[in-house]
Design a protein around this ligand. Structure first.
Ligand SMILES: Cc1cc2nc3c(=O)[nH]c(=O)nc-3n(C[C@H](O)[C@H](O)[C@H](O)COP(=O)(O)O)c2cc1C
Length: 229
C-alpha cells in the first residue's frame, strides 16, 4: 500500500498488552461534580448533590465545586484561589459530572465560565483529557435536551469520555421535596442508572486513559529528528 503522507514509523500498532493488563488501581474513583447556578435554591445544585450521594454510596470519592466567587474567565490572573481550586479539583478527578440548567435553550454562563477556566493544556498538563463524564440538566419546561447536548459538545472539546446515558430533569421545580431531596420516580431511577454507568466506565478506563488518548498527529508534531552529527 502506498501512503506517502503517513509517518508509518510513528503509527503505533494496537498495544493489547497495555490495554488488557494495565495495573488496576484500587483506590476509590475520584469524581468532581460541577453545576451551573448561583440561586439560593438551585435545582441543578440539588441534582448534583443527589448524584454525589449516589456516587458515594457506590464507592466513589466525591467533591462538588462551589461556583460562587469564581471570577469571570480571564478577568483575574489564574493564580486566583478559586481558579486554582477548580483546576486542582479537575486534575485530581478521574471522572466528572456536569449539570447545567437550561436557559434560553442553552447552558448557563455560570456553567460555561467554569469550563472556560480549565485549560485544555497548560505546560503539558491536561486537567480534563481522558476523564469520564456524565452530563445532566434541569429545566423548567416539559422536556428538553439542549443543555445536555451542549455539555456533550463541551465534553468532546475537553477530550473527555462522555458516557452514553444522561439525565434531563424537566419541570425541575416539581422533582424535589422541601428538604431538597429528589422525589422517587423514573427520573430518580434514571439518575441512578447514569451514576452507575459513569462509575463502570471510570473503573474501566482510568488506568488506560493515557493510552486511549495518545494521538498519532501529536506524536508526529512532537517528533524531532536527531541533531546532525
Ligand atoms: C432566563 C431564564 C431562561 C430559561 N430558559 C429555559 C429554557 O430555555 N428551557 C427550559 O426548559 N427552562 C428554562 N428556564 C427554566 C430554568 O431551566 C429552571 O428555572 C432551572 O431550575 C434553573 O436552574 P437552577 O434551579 O439550578 O437555578 C429558564 C429560566 C430563566 C430564569
Amino acid at each position: 500500500m502506498n501512503l506517502p503522507n503517513l509517518r508509518a514509523d510513528l503509527l503505533a500498532a494496537p498495544d493489547l498488552q497495555r490495554l488488557e493488563s494495565a495495573a488496576r488501581a484500587t483506590h476509590k474513583p475520584r469524581m468532581l461534580l460541577l453545576y451551573g447556578s448561583l440561586r439560593e435554591v438551585s435545582y441543578s445544585r440539588l441534582l448534583i448533590e443527589e448524584a454525589a450521594r449516589l456516587l458515594e454510596l457506590m464507592g466513589a470519592e466525591v467533591k462538588i465545586f462551589d461556583p460562587r466567587e469564581l471570577p469571570m474567565a480571564n478577568s483575574v490572573p489564574k493564580t486566583h484561589p478559586k481558579v486554582q481550586e477548580l483546576r486542582a479539583l479537575s486534575l485530581w478527578s478521574e471522572g466528572q459530572v456536569w449539570c447545567s440548567p437550561e436557559m434560553h435553550g442553552a447552558i448557563t454562563g455560570i456553567f460555561k465560565n467554569q469550563i472556560d477556566w480549565l485549560p485544555l493544556e497548560d505546560a503539558s498538563i491536561r486537567p480534563t483529557q481522558g476523564r469520564t463524564l456524565a452530563v445532566l440538566q434541569v429545566s423548567g419546561g416539559s422536556q428538553s435536551f439542549n443543555a445536555v447536548n451542549t455539555l456533550r459538545l463541551l465534553g468532546r472539546w475537553m477530550r473527555m469520555f462522555t458516557i452514553p446515558n444522561q439525565s434531563s430533569v424537566p419541570m425541575a421545580y416539581t422533582q424535589f421535596d422541601a428538604e431538597g431531596r429528589m422525589k422517587p420516580g423514573p427520573l430518580y431511577d434514571r439518575l441512578v442508572d447514569v451514576m452507575e454507568e459513569l462509575l463502570r466506565f471510570t473503573w474501566l478506563l482510568r488506568d488506560r486513559a493515557d493510552y486511549l488518548v495518545d494521538r498519532y498527529s501529536e506524536r508526529k508534531a512532537a517528533f524531532k529528528l536527531p541533531e546532525a552529527m
